[in-house]
Design a protein around this ligand. Structure first.
Ligand code: SAH
Length: 209
């Protein structure tokens, strides 16, 4: 149920759903999603669904992880990346396979510590996890080639996009009742925003828990 073959089937499903970036698919084939969730749910780890991870939070659906990583990468090799909303650390682990360095911020201490432990166990050492409110980004580590938010804000926080390098991309869910995935691209002239598909994320909450 948690075998390489089961994971392989998930990869085939993601490909059928339109994920084309082979680097992303290879990364997701490498990261064992069942390690990030409660044992009682492990049999569902390779279904394409979001699952509870405690504290009212969820691990994102694999399709969404793949899609956001694909949009963030845009076929490039990524240097430094920032994630807001570490959760169980699965998205961070996938990012760690496609980027040189990953910073990830979580506001709920037990999720932060468990994610750190899981990533250590998997010998993923190019992630840097922070226990903090991520709504202000991480100015001391900026600029980033990519910024990914895995919780939804009602509107764009301008301080975040300022932490993008020129040529950088930010992928985030936005909205309250209806949420959409947005892509913000920074070039020499400023920022371009495009709306992608409808999504459903847990909300961004200000302050540390
Ligand atoms: N990427 C995660 C998804 C976790 S769900 C994964 O792969 O499992 C989103 C996470 O965002 C939750 O853990 C939630 O606590 C966190 N979050 C919400 N508001 C936040 C904030 N202001 N700063 C940091 N993390 C936040």
């Amino acid at each position: 149920m948690t075998s390489a073959r089961t994971r392989g089937r998930l990869i085939e499903r993601l490909r059928a759903e339109g994920i084309q970036d082979e680097t992303v698919l290879a990364a997701m084939n490498e990261v064992p999603r069942h390690i990030f969730i409660d044992e009682a749910l492990a049999t569902r780890a390779y279904d394409d669904v979001s699952l509870p991870i405690g504290h009212g939070q969820t691990i994102s659906q694999p399709y969404i992880v793949a899609r956001m990583t694909e949009v963030l990468r845009n076929g490039r090799q990524l240097g430094r990346v920032l994630e807001i909303g570490t959760g169980c650390g699965y998205q961070a682990a996938v990012l760690a396979k496609v980027a040189k360095e990953v910073y990830s911020i979580e506001r709920i201490m037990p999720l932060h510590s468990r994610a750190a432990k899981t990533l250590r166990e998997l010998k993923i050492f190019n992630t840097n996890l922070r226990y903090a409110d991520g709504s202000g980004g991480l100015p001391d580590a900026a600029p980033f080639d990519g910024i990914i938010m895995t919780c939804a804000a009602p509107a764009l926080m301008v301080v975040l996009r300022e932490q993008l390098a020129v040529g950088g991309r930010m992928v985030l869910p936005m909205g309250t009742q209806e949420q959409y995935l947005y892509l913000i691209e920074r070039d020499e002239n400023g920022f371009n925003e495009s709306r992608l598909e409808a999504v459903k994320f847990v909300p961004l909450v200000m302050g540390k828990a």
